[in-house]
Design a protein around this ligand. Sequence first.
Ligand code: FAD
Length: 804
Amino acid sequence: MKDSARAVIIGGGVVGASVLYHLARIGWTDVLLLDKSELTSGSTWHAAGGMHTFNGEANISRLQKYTIDLYREIETVSGQSCGLHPNGGLMLAATAGELDSLRLICSRARYLGMETEMISLAEAQQLNPLIDARYFIGALWRADGGHCDPSGTTHAYVKAARTLGASVERFTRVLSLTQRRDGSWDVLTDKGTVHAEQVVNCAGLWAREVGHMVGIELPVLAMEHHYLITEDVPELEGRSEEIVNTTDYAGEIYLRQERRGVLIGTYEPHGVVWSPLKTPDDFAMQLLPEDFERLAPYFEVGFRHFPALGRVGIRKAVNGPFTFAPDGNPLVGPVRGVRNYWVACAVMAGFSQGGGIGLVLSRWMAENDPGQDIISMDVARFGTFATPKYTSIKVPENYARRFRLAYPNEELPAARPVRRSPIYERLLAAGAVMGANFGLEHALWFAPAGVAPTETPTYRRSEAFPFVRAECQAVRSSVGLYETTNYGKYEVTGRGARSWLDRVFACRIPPPGRLGLAPMLNPAGRIMGDLSIACLAEDRYLIVGSGFAEEFHLRWFWASQPPADVCVRSAASTLAGVSIAGPRARELVQRLVRVDLSPQAFRLFQVTETAVGFAPAILTRAGFTGELGYEIWTTPDYFVSLYDDLWDAGRALGLTHFGGRALSSLRLEKGYGSFNKDFRPDYTPAETGLDRFVDFGKPDFTGRAAALAERAAGPKRRFVVMEVPESDAEVIGYESIMQDGTAVGYVTSGAYGHCIGRSLAAGYVPTALARDGARFEIDILGEMRTATVHLAPLYDPQGRRLRA
Ligand SMILES: Cc1cc2nc3c(=O)[nH]c(=O)nc-3n(C[C@H](O)[C@H](O)[C@H](O)COP(=O)(O)OP(=O)(O)OC[C@H]3O[C@@H](n4cnc5c(N)ncnc54)[C@H](O)[C@@H]3O)c2cc1C
């Protein structure tokens, strides 16, 4: 065995094999994969090998397509067959909601360059004659996908990597990892020690244990999963082609042809966690006992929906474990605080996702940048809230919902509430319908007295629509209160704070008493964050950004190496906040503070530390609604008093609660983009319009060279807000923006603009087409609607109300 390597990959399942291949392909040939047993001996060997491009996140869908397309390449490089059956996929809908979901997939697929079509049930039966059409109302066909041979595919990756110079040691168990002072690792195995610059945890079923080796608790857990292989099915006799792989959402069944029989699997509602505390060391290439009694009712649904399967015997049953993260997407990337340690685990669809994971991780390791936005599979989308207890509740929920469609207005109930702000009970008493963001409960909308605080999951307008409208109108006509505790908050202090911030952020760092909008770029000049910086003193700053991105931003700050005289810490649990917005906001806040809030004395983006009622607070004049507004931050112990004071002072002024839904509508009326929806590491300052906050005159900041180059060349695409004719549904996200039958861009977010009476869609289109009044078409749930660009904000284009 080699005694040193540039990178050691722990785990030779399909994911580790792909990472090995991609590192070798990018030029890192001094890489070593270690497996404690035979390759594929974790989850990989007994997988059903199904592959598809379906994912709610467009970028993951794209990586899944890359994975499927890659198999021909590794077959060529390795000479090893992946056992491909590229027979495409069928998705069956049994309810109106499922049908909407299939239409949305179709609309999205056009821009992603995937061949997808809504087809009739009769056409679906041509592709799979086993379907009993009585149980379904619609179908989607997609060209990409099919199935492969799990073992052949893994070996093809490994052989291809070896061809390029990579090494593999089987039956070599990693026992511990010890970091040297220079950040490199001593990888202790039962066959000796390997010195490695970098280590990658691809340990699948043992990812949790390989996390423990460096003191981290990854939110990953294994579930048992069953599939059956039937005896030969007479209905398939004489067919020249295999049936198309089929997913039955209502029945929670997937199936595909296996020789002359069928492989049928189910994701049952009450799944069983496997090895909840520790994965056995000696588990390898083993199956688990079948539990037909528990599973029978769910497979019987399959035998009803595909009756020919109920008439033949079962040739083989497989029950094997595989791992999930709490939301079902993989955990990929570096871990804050642990240098030169990477994870690629919790991959529940290794044959759809393994290739894409190898691609982005290898780039990330070699170039310090995954090359595209992958936030939705970044390990940093989970923070400390994702404790083992949280994971142990969320993973079974996710498993049970594997084939349930995620409605855009749906909030999943398991493991809630985890994090609560001090005013949580008060908001509930006010009718709040809560969502969870980074584990923290926050109000989405408020049900008035007498209205149930619940919402039917749907792709269309819900019963919340009129109440969200009332909240928006209250903000625009008098004053509203929105809790901002769920924003990401960071304190940066110390003598070197300003110069460090100057390097990390692309904007001018505001002087004491001022707040600045603060884009943060990566070296490639792409948007890592769209935050605000409030300068409380030369050596004290409050930074506010997206709550979802808290760990993502903390990791970025850590990687940006604050010097010894700078302290960066999260204020997630040490500051709570509210936004007060609307034409009467000044009147309200002035009742609680002694500082003069008159327009000349306390201008837009001014910051001060002052008492607000009982609460010592940071007061800023800022907001996200486009109205006159203030944000008030205090410590959690004062927060209830602050809230009560605001209500006492504001009730007579018409103070109204508003939630996240109203905020989405208000901000789009103003054309403001939102991080993780409209602004992501895929886009640049000029594309997003955030270039107006970039200080190009600064001598040095991360991403400067790329931002300057982009400024010289001009952006290729632009973020625009479009108006679409009203119907009973708004855009959801990632729908293709079409012109003359060609997909030219895609939607990033949408909302109904309640105060301007228009349905709004935001997204990116090529710069040449981003003209005021330009017309496109967007397929919204199967209906082509005209989309008209408005370059100026539709509400208060001069910003007079904001500056009032
Ligand atoms: C019944 C079933 C059906 C499935 N069907 C599909 C499907 O149709 N399509 C699909 O895409 N996915 C399917 N999956 C999921 C798929 O199996 C996984 O996504 C995939 O196998 C994950 O691969 P991995 O490389 O992450 O992990 P694993 O396959 O678990 O590999 C981890 C490897 O790490 C090694 N290892 C662990 N610890 C150490 C250590 N300390 N030292 C050295 N080596 C170590 C292990 O020996 C193992 O080989 C299915 C899973 C099951 C159980």
